[in-house]
Design a protein around this ligand. Structure first.
Ligand code: SF4
Ligand code: SF4
Length: 437
């Protein structure tokens, strides 16, 4: 890919201000919309007549971009998001699996529910601003260890009674009452299915058993429908470019909607490159050039509020790079300090000189670490900065720029929908064409 031409025009003409500050309007629905300076990194707004000390305190001034970035990355959050690897066993072996080298026949280790609860309790003590827990259950195939999943839910619910739980499964299991009991506890059930039968089974292969993965997963979805759980289901497919035709996708949608999956709960995307050799698909490369608004940094760098607990109880940064930060029973402050160092030292957008001064970094953050095999440490060589700048200017002019500093959901960035237990879809894409026939 050729490097795109670079220009780094400021989003404003005020010499006092950082390039990332833009004028926009808020409270558009009120009779008196207010013109404000908006800091696209910290998501703070100030009146146009704010004085220099107010601008400095909010990191609006020229020369404060790095401070603004660090302030946003490490701001206090209200939600602690944990992903627990409940098993490294899996009943499938998928061609695009990012963790295929980690899959095991037997569990060598597993998370102790009481130690996880103790970690959550100590985390809350260290960061009292945390008011919510979100726990994602992941594998391998987590439904192969239902008992541990249930005990992790029960132990953490004793600390955060309103905790949110979700699970990502291949659905290629025969549903039993123990599975249903667990799935009823989930807010979201993400099911990975990669298209209609032939396409799915080209990528998803049964392991050490003879069954048809597509038919097994569809039977699973039918069962969820008959037990009133289908509204919790979100289907995500990682679709190879050559299969991503209107006809194939229409078949896929039709089959899913026939078993009750909602249209707006079906997501699919391109396959991203994996360390085990999966090459980047053209659609993945193209997705890097789309001016997609990312509302926060990749989960790997999000201030230590988003962590993976591996089956051996190590605390790791994310599902792609697996950088170990410590152990579950380490002091929380030590883990957070290691996370802080890791983020500052390794986040590509903080070291790429074009990103560091990019006026729209607050709506990009250098993208997701799942692109690292392709972009390495230089995300700016693969992006379309000019298009993103144009989009942000347009949205600011019409007053539609998202201003929320901590979106309640990061699904548009990197929720369970894109962090497949497989080689995740990089982005949700709309159905080619517009309507299902
Ligand atoms: S990758 Fe993102 S942050 Fe970096 S230059 Fe491109 S648009 Fe800006
Ligand atoms: S992608 Fe998921 S279902 Fe497929 S082998 Fe990997 S862990 Fe198992």
């Amino acid at each position: 890919m050729t490097r795109l031409p670079r220009s780094t025009p400021a989003l404003n003409h005020d010499e006092r201000l950082g390039a990332y500050v833009i004028e926009t309007s808020r409270n558009l629905s009120s009779p008196h919309p207010e013109k404000v300076w908006f800091n696209t990194i910290t998501r703070q707004a100030l009146p146009l007549d704010a004085d220099r000390s107010e601008l400095r305190a909010g990191f609006f001034l020229d020369g404060q971009q790095h401070e603004a970035l660090l302030s946003r990355l490490f701001e206090a959050r209200e939600t602690l998001t944990l992903t627990a690897i409940v098993t490294w066993r899996c009943n499938l072996r998928c061609t695009h699996c990012t963790v295929i080298h980690r899959l095991e026949r037997e569990d060598a280790a597993s998370i102790d529910p009481e130690r996880l609860a103790d970690f959550v309790r100590r985390y809350h003590d260290a960061r009292p601003n945390v008011k919510r827990l979100k726990l994602s259950l992941l594998g391998g195939e987590p439904l192969l260890n239902t008992d541990l999943c249930r005990r992790l839910v029960e132990s953490t619910r004793s600390i955060f009674p309103d905790a949110l739980y979700d699970i990502t499964t291949n659905g290629a299991v025969r549903l039993e009452e123990c599975h249903l009991e667990l799935l009823r506890m989930m807010q979201d059930i993400t099911v990975s299915l990669d298209g209609a039968e032939e396409l799915n089974n080209t990528q998803r292969k049964a392991h050490r058993a003879k069954f048809n993965p597509y038919q097994r997963t569809m039977a699973f979805l039918e069962e969820l429908n008959s037990h009133g759980l289908i509204d919790k289901v979100l289907v995500q497919g990682a679709i190879r470019d050559e299969y991503s035709t209107l006809e194939n996708m229409a078949d896929f949608y039709r089959a899913l909607m026939a078993v009750g999956v909602r249209y707006d709960r079906i997501h699919f995307g391109s396959i991203h490159p994996t360390k085990s050799g999966m090459k980047a698909q053209e659609s993945f490369r193209a997705s890097l050039e789309h001016p997609t608004l990312r509302h926060q940094a990749c989960c790997k760098f999000r201030g230590g509020h988003n962590l993976i607990i591996d089956a051996d109880e190590s605390v790791v940064s994310d599902y792609y790079d697996w950088e170990t930060l410590g152990a579950l029973d380490d002091p929380i402050q030590d883990l957070l300090e290691r996370h802080h160092r890791m983020a500052v030292d390794t986040m590509p957008a903080l070291s790429d000189p074009v990103c560091r001064t990019c006026p729209v970094i607050g709506y990009c953050w250098g993208g997701c670490t799942n692109a690292r095999p392709l972009v390495g440490g230089a995300p700016s060589e693969y992006c379309n900065q000019d298009a993103l700048i144009a989009k942000i200017r347009e949205m600011a002019a019409e007053g539609s720029l998202p201003m929320d500093s901590s979106p309640s959901s990061c699904a548009s960035d990197c929720g369970p929908a894109s962090r497949n237990s497989a080689a995740a879809a990089s982005k949700s894409r709309p159905l080619p064409g517009s309507q299902l026939p």
